[in-house]
Write a protein that binds this ligand. Sequence first.
Ligand code: PRP
Ligand code: URA
Length: 214
Amino acid sequence: MHYKNMENVTVMEHPLIKHKISRLRDKATGTNEFRTLVEEIGMLISYEALADLPVEDVEVETPIETCMTPMIAGKKMAVIPILRAGLGMVEGVLDLVPTAKVGHIGLFRDPETHEPHEYYCKLPDFIGERQVVVTDPMLATGGSAIAAIEMLKKHGAKKIKFMCIIAAPEGVDKLMEAHPDIQLYIGQLDRCLNEDAYICPGLGDAGDRIFGTK
Ligand code: PRP
Ligand code: URA
């Protein structure tokens, strides 16, 4: 491992996540199953990634007596998918945190230069006070993730977690160098990028496989 900020980078170890990612990789997995798997993996990664959410004791009356008992503290969380593919993970996060607000950041990667291009940004208000969770299944060169987090910071976001399903080492290095203050959660770390900046072995084009486009 050659990460400078390993303490902020977590790679998932859960066998269910590993199994489901292997199903995603299979080119024979069709759109319907692919979509379901992305959502399920989004839920499983967010379960791990949200383990450090702050709680505060609140008063609750049980049928027996009144007690102080912990609940999630602070403003409602914000889930921000990077369009399009990040959308596939959102329902999985919302299964666990149904009260979260949802924003959207639209970016696409130029097929020639691999540079990200912004086309949309709509965020919940009070973004600086919320725990922000960015979702995107693929962290390849890191360009899209870096640009999305720059946009979020420009709007005032401070507490940022980035969740991806598959990452390339090159992208992890670039992202953590550009934004060492974020927490990065990775389903599985792959070998490298190919000459077209696709992740190897990867799963191909995540957006196309989720939405059935080419
Ligand atoms: C894919 C993916 C990431 C980006 C990763 O999106 O969902 O956003 O590429 O690549 P990078 O780390 O090299 O920036 P894409 O641009 O293909 O758009 P899409 O989700 O609309 O298909
Ligand atoms: N975007 C994808 O969807 N897949 C890759 O392998 C790289 C970028």
